[in-house]
Each structure stands twice: as structure tokens, then as C-alpha cells.
Write a protein that binds this ligand. Structure first.
Ligand code: TXA
Ligand code: MG
Length: 342
């Protein structure tokens, strides 16, 4: 299959979106930009279209997909009931980087939810994603557009790197503004539970739903026999080829620790302005005090390290504040939960 990439601009907006929507209606998979990361979109009501997503990504059969909607009419069709808590979250954060898990309606095929009786729903704010849903006329199932287990894709080129020959079209909407995936909040238990932190933090969610909690599994490895609230928690994620170690301490402590680690293929992943002070080839992934810049550049940095043939990566730790939980959650998984506290 030949993969076409179209740069979406004002002049070709109508034509490119028309073409993408036609492919979706024909049961095909399209790479689409969202404000968080790029997604691999297909008709969430078509079993065969959704299966094609799983094949393109090499995704495990037990990890359900997020369903993307463009308005509340679509929402009422795919969930059993739009609860008050869901309405309040939607009012505060939609369209935007938040996903809500609710009991599902029969319209959503079992392939999307991997047989669960709940569905994850998100209303993205990116104009290309919103318009693609509207023109397709169906909710779109879309996981992140990376090969399963690899760092997520935040540019159309990343999508092409992973999906060339596997999907027919990628819409290039530029680099993603947020850079890490949506915050996933489950409203199916006693209390609202954050299953995956994102740029919307626990504090942000609590301003709307004060009894919300962070899943204890968001930052820790599942113990043997422990059950995940979200199937995605148990799979390997965001891993570059290199072995990543997070080193939590001051820059001086980081330098002391990495002194004995210098070798061919060893790289530091640091903050802006630190490169001159580190005695190892290094790549910066954001400003130390700005979690938004870290989120925006994290996956691109992990991908760049792969291209540089890094074998070992020592990463400066993001802050442990609630606001940085999304960045830490991704990095700690990329590191296979290897964090050295100095
Ligand atoms: O920002 C995002 O959310 C991006 C863009 C493309 O919208 N999508 C994304 O999808 O990150 P994906 O497939 O990479 O991650 C979906 C996560 C997984 O951790 C999955 O286990 C969880 O959502 N999930 C999906 N349906 C669920 C459900 N019914 N119950 C619990 N967790 C669910
Ligand atoms: Mg993903």
C-alpha cells in the first residue's frame, strides 16, 4: 500500500478533509493530527475498520481504543448515559485533551472496547480532527499513531516513519501542541479515577470533581497478579531502542552518577541550558520549570535518540509535582520503571 501524506492548509482544507472522510467511510485507516498526539483513525462502528487499526499498529488485542466525537449528540449515541459528572468534565475541558470512560451503548463495536462494557470518549480540539469526525459522520476510534510499544507520534513525519505502507493517508497538521496523550478519567466506579495522567492534572480535575483520585498504578509497575483498571497500564509503552534510566537529583548529582557511565552510545537527556555542563553527548527535552515544553518535546526527543543510535539514555527527572505527572508517567514507562533517586 502506498501511504500518501497531505499537508493540510487553508487552500486545500476542503479537498484534503473530503478525501480523508471518504476513506474513513470506505472503512480505511487515516493518520490524523490532534492537539495531544497523532492518531490512527477509523470508523468506530465498523468492526473491520477497527481491526485494521490493530493490525497497522501491531496492538495487543486486549487494549481498547479511545472513541473521538465532535459533539454531544454523538456522545449520547455511544454511551449508555451522559452522567452529570461527565457533563461537568466536558464543560470544563472539552473540546480538549481529556478522555472520559463510561458504560457503552451497543453502537460501539466490541473490537473497539476489546469486549469491555465501557467506552473511552474524547472530543478533540484540533480543527483537522474535529472536521474529520464531522465530515465522516461517525465517531472515530483512534489510538496514538505509533507502532505499539514505541514512543507516540507528535509530527506527521513520525507517523510516516512508523506507518509507511500500512495506511493509505496521513493528514499533516503540523507538530502537536500538547505532545502527550489525553488525561483518561474513569467515571465507572465509586469515585472519578484518573487512569492516565496528562497535561490536565489531578488538581485540574478536582476543581470540577473534588472527590477525584489518581490511580495508584499511574506511576508504579503492576505487581504480579495485580489487576489494572485500564488494560493499557499493563503493556510496554513509549520505549525507544535505548535502555532509559531516570536519574532524580541535582545536576551535580546527575554528573557524578553518570561519570562512570560514559561509553559509546550513552546519551544524557537534559533540560534546556544544561548541555554545556554535562560531560556526555546530550539532548534537551524542555525547559526545567516548564512542564508544557517537556510534554511537547518528550516523544520527539525519544525518537531522535533512536535515530542517533543511542544504547543508554540517562534522563534528568521531571518534577514530582502534580502538574508534571503526565510527563513523568510517560518517561517512567519509557524507562521500564528504572528510576535512580540520588
Ligand atoms: O490523546 C489521546 O488520548 C490520543 C489521541 C490520538 O486522541 N489517543 C491515545 O490512544 O492515546 P491510545 O490507544 O494510545 O491510549 C488509550 C488508552 C489506553 O491506555 C487504553 O487502555 C485506555 O485508553 N482505554 C481505552 N478504553 C478504555 C476503557 N474502556 N476502560 C479503561 N481504559 C480504556
Ligand atoms: Mg498509545
Amino acid at each position: 500500500m502506498k501511504t500518501e501524506m497531505i499537508k493540510v492548509a487553508a487552500e486545500n482544507f476542503d479537498k484534503s478533509l473530503g478525501k480523508a472522510a471518504e476513506l474513513i467511510r470506505a472503512g480505511k485507516v487515516v493518520g490524523m493530527p490532534t492537539e495531544t498526539v497523532y492518531g490512527l483513525a477509523a470508523d468506530a462502528c465498523s468492526d473491520s475498520a477497527v481491526k485494521a487499526i490493530f493490525v497497522a499498529k501491531g496492538r495487543p488485542q486486549d487494549n481498547p481504543l479511545i472513541v473521538h466525537i465532535c459533539d454531544y449528540v454523538m456522545m449520547t449515541e455511544i454511551v449508555e448515559r451522559v452522567t452529570d459528572a461527565a457533563k461537568e468534565l466536558g464543560r470544563a475541558f472539552w473540546p480538549g485533551p481529556l478522555t472520559i470512560v463510561l458504560p457503552k451503548s451497543p453502537l460501539i463495536c466490541g473490537t473497539v472496547t476489546c469486549g469491555l462494557d465501557t467506552v473511552a470518549v474524547r472530543m478533540p480540539s484540533h480543527p483537522v480532527a474535529a472536521e474529520l469526525i464531522r465530515r465522516s459522520g461517525v465517531p472515530l476510534a483512534a489510538p496514538s499513531a505509533n507502532i505499539s510499544g514505541k514512543p507516540s507520534t507528535t509530527t506527521a513525519q513520525h507517523v510516516l516513519d512508523d506507518m509507511d505502507g500500512k495506511i493509505s493517508l496521513i493528514l499533516d497538521g503540523g507538530a502537536c501542541e500538547i505532545g502527550i496523550e489525553s488525561t483518561v478519567v474513569s467515571l465507572t466506579g465509586d469515585k472519578p479515577l484518573i487512569l492516565r495522567p496528562g497535561i490536565i492534572s489531578l488538581g485540574d480535575v478536582r476543581r470540577v470533581l473534588p472527590n477525584a483520585e489518581m490511580s495508584p498504578h499511574a506511576m508504579h509497575m503492576l505487581a504480579d497478579g495485580e489487576r489494572a483498571e485500564s488494560p493499557g497500564m499493563k503493556h510496554t509503552h513509549y520505549s525507544p531502542n535505548a535502555q532509559v534510566t531516570i536519574v532524580d537529583g541535582t545536576l551535580a548529582q546527575f554528573n557524578e552518577y553518570t561519570k562512570s557511565k560514559r561509553c559509546n552510545g550513552a546519551f544524557a537527556m537534559c533540560f534546556d541550558g544544561e548541555q554545556d555542563e554535562i560531560d556526555m553527548p546530550s539532548v534537551s527535552y524542555g525547559e526545567k520549570a516548564d512542564v508544557h515544553s517537556q510534554a511537547r518535546r518528550l516523544f520527539a526527543t525519544l525518537r531522535a535518540l533512536d535515530k542517533m543510535d543511542a544504547s543508554y539514555v540517562y534522563a534528568r527527572a521531571p518534577s514530582s509535582d502534580d502538574a508534571a505527572a503526565g510527563v513523568l508517567n510517560r518517561l517512567i514507562r519509557a524507562a521500564g520503571f528504572t528510576l535512580i533517586k540520588l
